[in-house]
Design a binder for this molecule. Structure first.
Ligand SMILES: [Zn+2]
Length: 784
């Protein structure tokens, strides 16, 4: 990638700043002593820098990377990204064909083994909401799954989305539940991955990903007494190494992936490395290895599953629904005595070709697609036709091939019988690109930034839920077995709120939810759920904090129903998800107000807290009664054409010192007046007495701390240079905001595709904007 000098400089500056920040954070963790008086960030940093200790080495010497056969970071740049075969959409060429024929000659001694695995991919929301899909499609699929697997005694099936399974199970007749359990016990039905959803692997945070796994696995354990042993991740748009790691940690040793770059597909097929051990970057012993099967072709539909030639595979999708006209329903003909030989042999050729892409000659053939098998007729159509093909092949030993119904368990068992060692791989499979839609590369990087507002909302629920879970565990351990039965009862009831919030955030990890690729009204539905989760988790936080902070006397009052656990208010108010969180002003009519904060992390944190107060006659003390320094800033209102300072409301900033795993209180007291300074080139109302207003001098603006000097352009407000005061080094910067015009009809929620004909990005998207500059300064920081 070509980097422009400006961008390089900007990156350099960002790196320097980031290093500084990390030094500051690091020093706080290691150097700061438990103190009664909060020091400013800059003070502490100066202390370290002044002694000339410089940047500490944060690199752990024990981590020098896993040794593997494949390192995706090294390998990816070596690929040909516009290969000659791209236009034809199939990588299969004469070399592949030649190798297949050589392999075929070996079948008498090394027979082909095929596992047919019916499946249905059920998105928990996409074109319809989670609930709509459930009532229109998925409930029928699950019901007919149980019924039809009774009828077709050797047929198999796999199911992935526990969110749907749980919904169905909770409504199912006890007899149906029992039948489901029997099918699982027999091994003909397998729950794969066991996640609440099939998680996205790019936008998600580790916390959300783990939560959806725990929610799914816990449900399976509690209700069905089972633990999944194979992973199945076939629709996320690119694969990361975290999902296999989490699977391994939960006891799963094998997994399947699907959507990876077409160059990877071709290369793994050429090397016969489609089954590999996926290892974590730090792992020297191989303990994190997960046997990973890459589906060799483009997607998971029947058209792209039987072999390298989709036009042939199309003939083997036997679904025929009255009134439904699709490319397969027109092509596929039912199998009968007359055509069975020819049809079976053509199919076997495809399976054989697939087998030649692997060293072991075992082939996994998924039979399904999105929301398949919702009609009982499809079960019969697929089963009866495939059974005839399967019987024909199995009854003719001269083919040296065996086809069986099976699940992932069966596939991996067969593979392991024939293979003991696998190539090892570290790294990931981002970014995903396909060529099968129009024979040209389509890079799926658009969803990394699609609908960012919803992505942020998800993170907000995660952080709220994390605090709620921490406080809940602490409270439950404190009160479950005490005489304060009323508190325990409240907590017991609150568990439902936690579960609701967990399920909402779990649902949102789905690969069409957090990605932003669902229909707009479906996104709205997710957001309502996320907002509800935030509300429920906040109530849990409030109850638990009060219970933990209360005195014995207060607890007794709660027990005797003379008091409640409901009077702690969240700092933020949000009436709907569409509104930004609003900080609730703290009314200082009373002499004292208490602020409660939680640190759920295992390390000390210094956080700048912003609150809004109704008076400037204020002081803050920490839990030991020591005064805490703070800064007061005005609140600017821009609702009219002009900016003005809001009266009787002020922003108050202070640095909260939060020990690891703690609840801390700070107290606001009514006291004498404080003033602050504002420099403004447009704010003319000098009548206010609580802030000193001075003119911003003409020319560029310089702001500095003990570490850095920053120069901003006086007219645009954009940064011009950064001076590192410790080294004297000056980094010049130029900032421009540009926008890429999109390629027509190609760029959207999934793909980021700038117009290939536009040579330069559109520049000056801020042209004409006239920023108004004001500077607020105080003991902690300067706000520009
Ligand atoms: Zn999907």
């Amino acid at each position: 990638m070509k980097t422009f000098p400006i961008v390089r400089k900007l990156l350099e500056a960002v790196t320097i700043l980031d290093r500084k920040n990390r030094v500051m954070r690091n020093n706080h963790v290691q150097e700061a002593k438990p103190n009664k008086k909060v020091r400013s960030l800059i003070e502490i940093d100066l202390r370290i820098e002044g002694k000339g200790q410089g940047v500490p080495n944060r690199q752990c010497s024990a981590i020098d990377g896993a040794r593997t056969d494949i390192d995706t970071v090294q390998q990816l740049p070596k690929f040909e990204f516009q290969p000659a075969w791209m236009r034809g959409k199939e990588f299969w060429d004469t070399n592949f064909e030649k190798r297949y024929l050589q392999r075929r000659a070996l079948w008498p001694k090394f027979p082909l083994k095929v596992i047919l695995m019916p499946h249905s991919h059920n998105d928990p929301g996409w074109l319809k909401t989670f609930e709509e899909y459930y009532y229109h499609k998925t409930s029928k699929i699950l019901t007919s799954m149980v019924e039809k697997l009774q009828q077709h005694k050797n047929m198999t099936f796999v199911w992935a989305e526990v969110s749907y399974l749980a919904m169905w199970y909770e409504r199912a007749h006890p007899k149906m539940r029992e039948q489901l359990k029997q099918l699982l016990k027999s091994g003909r039905l397998e729950i794969v991955s066991g996640g609440w959803v099939m998680t996205d692997e790019a936008n998600v945070h580790l916390y959300g990903m783990i939560t959806q796994f725990i929610e799914g696995h816990q449900w399976l354990k509690d209700n069905l007494g089972l633990k999944p042993s194979n992973g199945w991740s076939i629709d996320p748009f690119g694969h990361g190494s975290t999902v296999p790691y989490l699977l391994k940690e939960s006891g799963i040793t094998n997994t399947v992936i699907q959507r990876i770059h077409y160059a990877w597909k071709q290369w793994l097929a050429e090397k016969q490395w489609g089954d590999f051990m996926w290892r974590q970057n730090w792992d020297h012993s191989g303990e994190t290895d997960v046997l990973t099967h890459n589906r060799p072709y483009d997607i998971y539909s029947i058209k792209h599953s039987c072999g390298p030639h989709p036009q042939i595979c199309l003939n083997y999708d036997f679904r025929k629904v009255f009134g439904e006209y699709t490319e397969y329903s027109i092509r596929a003909v039912n199998i009968d005595q007359k055509n069975v030989k020819e049809k079976a042999e053509t199919l076997l050729d495809q399976y054989g070709r697939t087998g030649s892409l692997f060293s072991h000659n075992v082939v996994l053939v998924p039979l399904g697609d999105d929301f398949r098998y919702e009609y009982s007729s499809e079960w019969d159509q697929q089963y009866k036709n495939y059974q005839k093909l399967l019987d024909w092949v199995n009854e003719h030993p001269s083919y040296h091939a065996e086809i069986k119904w099976g699940t992932l368990n069966d596939y991996f068992r067969e593979v392991k019988k024939r293979t003991k060692t696998y190539p090892t791989l570290k790294g990931d499979f981002f970014v995903y690109s396909d060529i099968f839609t129009d024979g040209r590369p389509a890079y799926w990087s658009g969803y990394f930034s699609t609908r960012p507002y919803f992505k942020i909302l998800g993170r907000q629920l995660e952080t709220t839920l994390n605090a709620a879970e921490f406080l809940y565990a602490w409270s439950w351990a404190t009160f479950a077995k005490t005489r304060h039965k009323k508190i325990a009862q409240i907590l017991e009831k609150d568990f439902e709120k936690l579960v609701k919030a967990r399920r909402h955030i779990s649902l949102f990890q789905h690969h069409d939810a957090i990605t932003g690729t669902s229909k707009s009204y479906v996104m709205h539905d997710y957001a309502i759920k996320l907002h509800e989760g935030i509300r429920e988790a906040s109530i849990v936080i409030s109850h638990c904090s009060l219970a933990l902070l209360s005195t014995e006397a207060t607890r007794m009052k709660v027990s005797q129903r003379q008091s409640s656990l409901d009077f702690l208010q969240p700092l933020y108010e949000r009436s709907s998800y569409e509104k930004l969180p609003k900080i609730m002003p703290i009314n200082m009519k009373e002499w004292q107000r208490v602020i409660t904060m939680t640190n759920t992390l295992g390390q000390r944190r210094y956080e700048v807290l912003r609150i809004i107060v109704s008076s400037l006659n204020i002081k803050i003390t920490d839990e030991f009664g020591y005064d805490v320094p703070f800064q007061v800033n005005p609140i600017w209102n821009s609702s009219n054409s002009d900016f003005f300072i809001v009266e009787n409301q002020f922003e108050l900033f202070f640095i909260a010192d939060l020990p690891p795993l703690s609840i801390i209180t700070y107290t606001l007291h009514k006291t004498a007046n404080e003033t602050s300074t504002i420099y403004s080139n447009f704010y003319r109302n000098k009548n206010i007495t609580f802030f000193q207003v001075k003119d911003v001098l003409p020319g560029d603006i310089q702001l500095e701390s003990d570490l850095l000097k920053l120069l901003f352009d006086g007219s645009s407000g954009l940064i011009r240079s950064v001076t590192d005061k410790t080294t004297g080094r000056i980094t010049q910067l130029t900032m421009k905001y540009g926008a890429y015009p999109s390629a027509q009809f190609k760029s959207g929620a999934y793909l980021l595709k700038p117009d290939p004909n536009a040579r330069e990005p559109e520049e000056d998207v801020l042209a004409g904007a006239k920023p108004r500059i004001f500077i607020q300064s105080g003991p902690y920081f300067i706000l520009n």
